[in-house]
Design a protein around this ligand. Sequence first.
Ligand code: C2E
Ligand code: MG
Ligand code: MG
Ligand code: MG
Length: 284
Amino acid sequence: RAKAAGGNRFALADAAADARAITRHGLTTALPAALDRGEFFIEYQPLVHLGDGSVHGAEALVRWCHPQHGVLGPDRFIPLAEHTGLIVPLGRWVLEESVRQANFWQERHTDGGPLRINVNLSPTQLHHPNLVAETVDVLERSGLEAGALCLEVTESALIGADDDLLKPLRQLAEMGVDIALDDFGTGYSNLANLRRLPVSILKLDRSFTQGMQHHPADPVDLKIVEGIVSLAHSLDLAVTVEGVETGAQAEQLRQLGCDTAQGWYYARPGAPDRIHSLLLADAV
Ligand code: C2E
Ligand code: MG
Ligand code: MG
Ligand code: MG
């Protein structure tokens, strides 16, 4: 996957080859110092309206610039950080940094409508007792309005969620923070269960988009996406699609009624400057 991604992903591909030599243990023990030394950084991937391709926000995606192994993608270290609990301070840093960044963009594009920032939350963060207080604190200190923040939680993290787990998400949703169900369609959640969850956005997993690479697309795949979109809309949920790599996919998904999209066709994850220039370009 990293190889096909090309561009700045070659660093990830090299790291992946190198990875055989790196023990999980080595990476795990290096994590806390890496956070102290500022070895993590965030790339931002634009979120666009499928109708006209205009940018309405960005997803924050964390990377680790490891002094020996180069840039490591989140799949390499998030599970380790999750396992040791370091995800809590790391996730706090990601939230703080990306909210600060979003506020910077916002202040320079006041006429461009609200600009959203999407931040991923892992299950441990979801269970953490300070989630709501810390999120409120980060928003207050940055000046970003709650309505500009979207927290992404995976479908699997919410499977079988009881009220204790949903309560903080409900509180955040009441404050105006959007909750998105990430990687939707990969878990086995009961669709009727969606009603119970304080989510306002479904992020349709990349696997659905990939199924549309072939021409003509599998009619059963199309029916499934169409069904999900109509169910989502009937529940007042917006639908974002992940992993849009071609114009044909974008057009297909737009026709199926999806609202917003994200993928290499529009832009790969990149430095914050890129979002800044996309917004400037949009504003003209
Ligand atoms: P995700 O939240 O589902 O993020 C989307 C992933 O799809 C990203 O991978 C993104 O680079 C990739 N992607 C975007 N467009 C395309 C496309 O057109 N084609 C293909 N093939 N891939 C595309 P990435 O950056 O490697 O992140 C992987 C996962 O790591 C994320 O999946 C998310 O679950 C997790 N993650 C990333 N940053 C954070 C974070 O700050 N905190 C937590 N807890 N998890 C994070
Ligand atoms: Mg996500
Ligand atoms: Mg996703
Ligand atoms: Mg995904």
